[in-house]
Design a protein. Structure first.
Length: 82
């Protein structure tokens, strides 16, 4: 949080504005206009980090737990580009 002070951690939640991105699947329908996110069905054994549809890290794809500093660096770089 120190490196990206405005970051928001969402556990199994996807902001509704991210719906157009292909990365997100298994969303639970949510028609409540007061709730700005969809819940996502969690996948067993997964740990994934994404930003606006860009996958930063996936434990399922890589087969290993993340190096926190590396994931933070990648997140910073992606956010700086947007």
């Amino acid at each position: 949080m120190e490196r990206i002070p405005h970051a928001v951690t969402m556990r199994n939640q996807i902001p509704k504005s991210y719906l157009p991105y292909d990365l997100y699947c298994n969303l639970i329908p949510n028609n409540d206009p007061n709730c700005g996110s969809f819940m996502q069905v969690p996948r067993t054994g997964s740990f994934e980090v994404s930003y606006k549809g860009l996958l930063i890290f996936s434990k399922m794809l890589g087969g290993y737990w993340p190096n926190v500093k590396l994931v933070a660096s990648k997140a910073e770089a992606i956010i700086a580009l947007t």
